[in-house]
Each structure stands twice: as structure tokens, then as C-alpha cells.
Design a binder for this molecule. Structure first.
Ligand SMILES: Cc1ncc(C[n+]2csc(CCOP(=O)(O)OP(=O)(O)O)c2C)c(N)n1
Ligand SMILES: [Mg+2]
Length: 570
């Protein structure tokens, strides 16, 4: 359900309300092969790169990219999974569609975990697939496979373009679906004969739909509950970012004086050092808060499944279909999050019953400071072997406020969630609730392209590194200097320790101790070093940031260290 439409958003993340149409307006009529027609439709949405791995079925997209006037960059990688994660990452970094072009059959199926990740993250990922020729369908062509039913359950739209002249409309339809709240991935495949064929068609004017207006009664009720609460909290998630609602969030938080926690792409929507931003005191929500306002993120395992003892839960969602079905919140306003949050701030400001939250804010502030003081020795730990927390102690002091941090792994990156702070929207890329290992190098590739002048750091567990480290080759070939920090404990830590606890032994949980992932990246044309002493981490990071090349800091960490966690697989 959508309301009005905005012009498309450009590459740079913009604040709500100042969207503009990208330069290079769209030709009303385009003639050419199927690749030309597809790219003509994409360009209007500000798409400026295709992430891909070669295959004959998709050559027309390449031909269109290299000869097109506006210039669409082809970023060719070493695995379609990386291509698709990179495209999703580009969407996450820019809030415009990210595009992967995957060859027929195995190219598309290699992208499925990344498409599923985008589905769980609500990311506007656009996957264009090759497809065996329609005029021989059923005869057993090379890589002949009907992708559409396979990806149907993880996409908002999955279709085959059945005529060359239909391509701009098919692509535009898919992109619009991807960008419509609640956002998500879309898929179009192109039979060989259709995409190599020539045609001409009108290119639809790009549209970026916005969410509907919320029901005013829901907004009033939410505002009244928050205003009357004594100990309210806000938890702001990924859809706050997708909706560009960070200014509205800040106004709401400041007007109604509500302590705020952030997760996923919600991180940085309020700067980590804002007086009302909290991170280390989540444990106080359950049991102490009386109203929990969850904005733009599902009531899933990360949020106690929406159960906070006796607290009333307000679930603010970007569209009615995002409302929880497993719990019944006190109220669930649905619609464009900027409008919902502006409405709640306005109604809360004039609410008759208003309780002071200052004592609650002071309690949380004290507890946050105490947690910070407890962290200090961990962040400075001078142990041999190295505690992973020390890596974060060194990293934190070296990160700029707009640094992009990508996380991919188990225990090692759980610490990142705890210790890396975000000060701006779009600076924190985690895999999201699908929890798929292997996002790291794709996201990092996109981050370096989207933000050539910022620090880009990818934190990898050594296990996670195995899924995509070969794509250091992509970083080298495309001249994309990224700092890659491997937390190398020689094990699948987040599996080994729980298995030992459950069974008294573990199996299938060991990796090579001290493996020289830095040598791997050096062999691919990058640089790096191994670090075995805590005091050497900082200087190694300095060399990595200064290197101007993909650089691995391969830190050998303590395999006995476990991240203190309370959650389970359920
Ligand atoms: C694609 C995929 N396969 C397997 C898992 C299960 N899994 C979750 S965390 C983890 C261990 C990760 O190990 P590593 O990256 O070395 O980080 P560590 O926990 O050792 O710090 C595994 C295997 C997963 N989440 N995704
Ligand atoms: Mg490990």
C-alpha cells in the first residue's frame, strides 16, 4: 500500500525532504538490444554500477553498460554470491536500488543466499538473470532452469521478460516494487533470444513510492502511551534508515525525551554520542521499561520476540504487512515512518498526561557509564594470546565519524556490535537477521565504491573469511583499498563453544590455527601482515589505513575466548 511518489533518490544518502531527480534525464523512447532497454530503465533510478560474474547469457547488459552515454560501471567479482551481496550492500549504502546481473542457471542459484538476506533486510536489491532461450525452452539448452519459482518466496516480484519491447516496463515494474515500502529484492530473467533481440519501447519515468499516511488514531494512541509512560524506550531499526526518517526520529526523541537504542541500519540514525542514545543497557529494557516503542524492525529474536514482561509494546511499521502476527502490540501505526514519527512527536507534545522521563534517563545514563567503565579493561586487554576485545579497543580510536564498518562472522563480530559506534546513518553493515556468513567482501566492495573518500573496514571471523576472501582479488583488480581485519581464533567459535557446552565435545568446529590469510591476500596482489601481540595491533591498523591497497590485518586471537551471550538458536 503506497501513497504518493517521490522522484528517485540519488547515489548520495540524502536527508528526508531534499530528494532530487538524478542528472541525466530519461529518454522517452529507447531502441536497441535487450541490455540497452534494461539499462535505460535502470539509469533513471541512479543506478551506476552492475555487480556481476561473466556468462554469455548476460553479454547484452555488459554491452549496454560499456557503450551507454551515462556510463554504468561493471564490477566483476569472483563468485555470484559476492556480486549479489555487493549489490545489496550498494542499496544499503545509498538507499537506491543495487543491481546484480547473474548468468543463467548456476549464476542465479549462487545468488540465492544473498537474495534471501536482502529479503530479511528489506533491501531494494534488483537481480537481473540470464535465461536459456525461450524459443527452445524444454529442449535442454545449456543452463536451462526456471529460476522464477525458486526465487518467488524470497522476492517481492519474480518474472520473466517475454518480449524485447517489454523490457523497460518489466525492469521499471520490478524496481518500483523493490522500492515500495516494505522494500525487498526483485528478480527478472531474460531469455537469451529476448535479450539479444532488438526492440524499441518507451522508458517509464522513474518513481520512488513512499509509504501511506498512517491512521491518525494509531498515531494519537502511540503518542499518548509514550507521553504518559514513566520509563519508555525506543528501539529504532533498519526501516527508519530506508525511509530516510532519521530527522523525524531525532525530533521525536528530543521532543518526548525518550531513551533510544538502535539496531541494524538504524544504527547512526541518532549519533552514538547523542544524550538520548544508549547501547550498553539493553538488559534494562526488559523488567524496567513500561513502554517499548519498536520502530521499523520486526519483533524477532533480536528483540525478545516483542515480549517485554509487563511493558506495553508499540510497533511502528512502514507498511501494514510488516505488523507482527505472533504478538499483539498495544498499537501498531503503519505508514511512511517520517510521517508517523512526526505525527507522534506532534501529538505527544500536546498530550494532556505527560510524565517526566528524566529520572529514567538519569538511571540509564549512569548504567551506561558503568558498563563503559567495565569495558575499559577489556578494550585495553594486554593478554597473550590476544583477546578479541583489544582489537576493538585499537580500532575504535582510529575510526572517523563517517567510517563504514562491515561485519561478517561469529563471536568476533558480535564484539563489533557491542563496541563499534555509529554516528551517521548508513555506516554500519551487518548481515541482518538471516545471519548469513559471507556478506563481508561484497558489502565492503560496495562501500569502497560508494564512499571512495571514507575509511572502509571489514571485520571478518576466520571462518567467515573463507566464504569470500578470494574477492580480495576483486578489490585489487578494481583498485578498491579496504582494511580487512581477520579475527583469527582458528575455529568456528560461535559453533565450537556451544557444541562443547551441549555435548561435552565438539566436532567440525576447527580451522587451521594461525592460518596466513594475509599471505592469501598478498598472493592476490593486496597486502597485509599477521599480528600476534596486542601491542602490535594499533600500528598494524595504521599501516592498513595508509596502505592504499586492500590490506589484511590478520590478528591471531584467543580460541578460548567466548562472546558472553544469552540468546539461543530459537
Ligand atoms: C552461510 C552460513 N553457514 C553457517 C552458519 C553458522 N555459523 C554461524 S556463526 C558460525 C561461526 C563463525 O566462525 P568465525 O567466522 O570464525 O567467527 P568466530 O565465531 O570464530 O569469531 C557459523 C559456522 C551461518 N550463520 N551461515
Ligand atoms: Mg573463528
Amino acid at each position: 500500500m503506497t501513497g504518493d511518489t517521490d522522484p528517485p533518490r540519488p547515489l548520495r544518502v540524502r536527508r528526508h525532504g531534499d530528494d532530487v531527480t538524478p542528472a541525466g534525464s530519461v529518454a522517452p523512447m529507447t531502441t536497441g538490444h535487450g541490455g540497452d532497454l534494461a539499462l535505460a530503465a535502470l539509469r533513471g533510478y541512479g543506478v551506476s554500477e552492475l555487480f556481476t560474474l561473466s556468462g554469455g547469457h548476460i553479454f547484452p547488459f555488459y554491452d549496454a553498460a560499456v557503450k551507454g552515454e551515462a556510463g554504468v560501471r561493471i564490477v566483476d567479482v569472483r563468485h555470484e554470491q559476492t556480486a549479489t551481496f555487493a549489490a545489496e550492500g550498494m542499496a544499503k549504502l545509498t538507499r537506491r536500488p543495487g543491481v546484480a546481473v547473474l548468468t543463467a542457471g548456476p549464476g542465479v542459484t549462487n545468488g540465492i543466499s544473498a537474495m534471501t538476506t536482502a529479503h530479511f533486510n528489506g533491501s531494494p536489491l534488483v537481480v537481473l538473470g540470464g535465461r536459456a532461450p525461450q524459443n527452445r525452452w524444454g529442449s535442454g539448452s545449456l543452463q536451462e532452469f526456471d529460476h522464477v519459482p525458486v526465487v518467488a518466496s524470497i522476492t517481492k516480484s519474480a518474472r520473466t521478460a517475454m518480449a524485447t519491447d517489454d523490457i523497460p516496463a518489466e525492469v521499471d515494474r520490478a524496481v518500483t516494487a523493490a522500492l515500495t515500502p516494505h522494500r525487498g529484492p526483485v528478480f527478472v530473467d531474460f531469455p537469451l533470444d529476448i535479450v539479444f533481440g532488438h526492440g524499441s519501447a518507451d522508458v517509464p519515468a522513474p518513481r520512488v513510492p513512499r509509504g501511506a499516511d498512517p491512521d491518525p488514531a494509531d498515531v494519537e494512541r502511540a503518542a499518548a502511551l509514550i507521553a504518559a509512560a514513566e520509563r519508555p524506550v525506543i528501539i529504532a531499526g533498519t526501516d527508519v534508515y530506508w525511509d530516510g526518517a532519521w530527522d523525524a526520529l531525532r525530533d521525536l526523541v528530543e521532543t518526548l525525551r525518550v531513551p533510544t537504542f538502535m539496531n541494524g541500519l538504524g544504527r547512526g540514525c541518532l549519533p552514538a554520542d547523542h544524550e538520548l542514545a544508549f547501547s550498553r543497557t539493553r538488559g534494562m529494557i526488559k523488567g524496567k521499561a513500561d513502554v517499548v516503542v519498536v520502530i521499523g524492525t520486526p519483533l524477532d529474536f533480536r528483540l525478545s520476540f516483542g515480549r517485554y514482561r509487563d511493558a506495553a509494546v508499540i510497533h511502528v511499521v512502514d507498511s501494514p504487512e510488516s505488523r507482527a502476527t505472533h504478538v499483539t502490540p498495544a498499537v501498531s501505526p503503519a505508514g511512511d515512518l517520517t510521517r508517523v514519527l512526526e505525527g507522534v512527536a506532534e501529538a505527544g507534545g500536546r498530550a494532556q498526561r505527560r510524565a517526566s522521563h528524566e529520572q529514567w534517563i538519569a538511571d540509564l545514563t549512569d548504567a551506561e557509564a558503568a558498563a563503559g567503565a567495565e569495558d575499559a579493561p577489556l578494550l585495553a586487554a594486554d593478554t597473550d594470546p590476544i583477546k578479541p576485545t583489544r582489537v576493538y579497543g585499537e580500532l575504535r580510536s582510529r575510526l572517523d565519524r563517517d567510517a563504514v564498518v562491515v561485519c561478517d562472522g561469529g563471536d568476533f563480530v558480535s564484539y563489533a556490535g557491542k563496541y563499534v559506534e555509529s554516528y551517521q546513518p548508513g555506516c554500519w553493515l551487518d548481515p541482518g537477521p538471516y545471519g548469513c556468513l559471507g556478506t563481508g567482501m561484497g558489502y565492503a566492495t560496495a562501500a569502497r565504491i560508494a564512499h571512495p573518500d571514507r575509511q572502509v573496514v571489514v571485520m571478518l571471523g576466520d571462518g567467515a573469511a573463507g566464504f569470500s576472501l578470494m574477492d580480495a582479488d576483486t578489490l585489487v583488480r578494481h583498485n578498491l583499498p579496504v582494511v580487512i581485519v581477520v579475527g583469527n581464533n582458528g575455529i568456528w567459535g560461535l559453533e565450537k563453544h556451544p557444541m562443547r557446552m551441549l555435548y561435552g565435545y565438539d566436532v567440525a568446529a576447527d580451522l587451521q590455527p594461525g592460518c596466513r590469510y594475509d599471505d592469501v591476500v598478498r598472493a592476490l596482489g593486496g597486502a597485509g601482515e599477521v599480528v600476534e601481540k596486542p601491542g602490535d595491533i594499533g600500528p598494524a591498523l595504521d599501516r592498513a589505513f595508509a596502505a592504499g591497497a586492500p590490506y589484511v590485518v590478520n590478528v591471531l586471537t584467543d580460541p578460548e575466548d567466548t562472546y558472553p551471550r544469552s540468546s539461543n538458536l530459537g
